[in-house]
Design a protein around this ligand. Structure first.
Ligand code: 5GP
Length: 173
């Protein structure tokens, strides 16, 4: 198992930013019931904490996409492993992602979702690595911009390990 490097974001920093994002989303969706789509598995802790900070009508659905497998670089290939349970036609949709790296996953997902005719489609991600972008994607709510380092914790894994950490750390190289 890869060893942890240094802490990039503490639990306190994450929780404070998640509160701010929740307030922003509450304000923007005050009279607009919406469905939050959590992208599994990485976004499960983030969406759980974020949802507790959202004080307006919302419901949940989940999608799972193929990940990097056991490596730490993108294969460029995106596959839907689990699709939504319900239709999003005519509904306001907020996609909740753990991290945007090259943008390939999100770009593909947004194309798929747009074709299903949502009333609106926005994106909230915890982490953004803008320096790694290969395709432009619009992100409406960003938790933190981080440099080009592979990170784990708070939902993010390395070979399925470390998702349970309450903070975000790099790996020892
Ligand atoms: P993208 O398609 O934007 O390159 O990658 C998005 C997905 O790659 C994320 O949802 C996440 O699963 C994975 N990913 C990208 N960067 C990292 C990272 O630093 N750490 C971990 N654990 N996963 C990452």
């Amino acid at each position: 198992m890869a060893e942890l490097g240094r802490i990039i974001l503490t639990e306190q920093q994450i929780q404070s930013r998640v509160r701010d994002l929740g307030n922003e989303i509450t304000r923007d969706y005050k009279n607009t019931p919406f469905v939050a789509i959590g992208i599994l598995k990485g976004a499960f802790l983030f969406l759980g904490d974020l949802a507790k900070q959202i004080d307006t009508e919302m419901c949940f659905d989940f999608m799972a996409t193929s990940s990097y497998g056991r490596g730490t670089t993108t294969s460029g290939e995106v596959r839907i492993i689990k699709d939504l349970d319900d239709s999003i036609e005519g509904r306001h949709v907020l996609v909740v992602e753990d991290i945007i790296d090259t943008g390939l996953t999100l770009n593909y997902l947004l194309e798929v979702l747009r074709k299903r005719g949502p009333a609106s489609l926005k994106v909230c991600c915890l982490l953004d690595k803008p320096s790694r972008r290969q395709v432009p994607v619009q992100i409406d709510y960003v938790g933190f911009e981080i440099p080009d380092v592979f990170v784990v914790g708070y939902g993010l894994d390395c070979a399925e390990v470390y998702r349970n950490l309450p903070y975000i750390a790099s790996l020892k190289t």
